[in-house]
Design a protein around this ligand. Sequence first.
Ligand code: FAD
Length: 323
Amino acid sequence: MNDYCVIGSGISGATISNLLNKKSLVHTYDKGRGPGGRASFKRVKGKVGFDHGTQYFSPKSKEFKRFVNKLIKKKFLKKWNGKHIYLNTKKKENKKHIKIIGKNGNNDICKYLLRDIKCFYQSEVKKINYKDKKWFLSFNDGKTRSYNSIILTCPFPQLRKLSKKFIKNPFIKKTLKMDANITVMIAIKKRKKSPSSFLFNDTILGWAGNENSKKRFKSKYDLWTLQSTFKWANKKIDYNKKDVKKNSKILIDKFFKLSKIKKTKIIYSINHGWKYSSNSNPFRIKSFWDPKIKLGVCADWFVGPRLESGWISANDLFKKISR
Ligand SMILES: Cc1cc2nc3c(=O)[nH]c(=O)nc-3n(C[C@H](O)[C@H](O)[C@H](O)COP(=O)(O)OP(=O)(O)OC[C@H]3O[C@@H](n4cnc5c(N)ncnc54)[C@H](O)[C@@H]3O)c2cc1C
């Protein structure tokens, strides 16, 4: 029987794991604490938490629409209704682009896809090696495991570091810049009524999402997820750990100023820096598969900057493997 190890439990890793698992043994590894990758849900208490990466997705391709509709029917996904305020003069809300979110968190889609897969979390792959037609993975805890086939789904800079010497395709030598994002999650005093989100026209603050408006839980506070612009985060990300308080304050002050929500006490705030958030210049190929050494790569950055891009890349890789 073929066996596969998949590195990453984001949408790309979860999708390819699910497809391969129908005929092969699959083990999925992620350095994070749970599934979702850049579509993770930051749990604070019970069901209460924040979507701190992907805010929502609006399916564009026919195939992804079909898949999403199936999960809406199964009650894993739902529409995010409410008032979405576009303060950005260049962009207007397209009512045809429905906003889809997970029922309990935006990693629900990955949880669904991985429901029958053996997953190992907090397992960082430090090194991979190919010897005698086998892949050897070395982990952060010093252990090693071997598989016939390997699939990598990491952000491009991390992929290159791990697998450069095994990939002969020219894509691995290209420069692909991935933008950063600084996200601050805040709890503030409850107001009577608030919109579901704001899209700002600002150089520092890009977006604010109202977690309570997703109707997943009841919280005594108003919870907001604030996401910076790429341009600002690219300049700040390397020092964000050191400058957590300063950067959080800048984004919070901007939020009150731009949203015109009355400034109030911050009950708590959590800062998360994404060094590799997304890229806007995709490659020409949608995925990569080397049948000789049984190494595959799928990830959003092959196709585009959105969650759907990872799903498309994983389906493309599966077709290549199945040929
Ligand atoms: C702040 C932010 C906001 C976003 N907003 C939206 C949005 O509103 N709508 C939308 O459609 N998209 C959005 N995106 C983009 C979307 O999140 C991504 O396109 C998508 O989640 C990428 O999925 P992926 O599986 O390709 O990669 P990832 O989700 O990054 O998955 C890769 C996984 O590999 C793991 N990994 C990496 N290296 C190793 C290693 N050595 N060992 C073990 N595990 C490893 C990582 O922990 C990660 O879980 C946003 C992204 C960010 C960061």
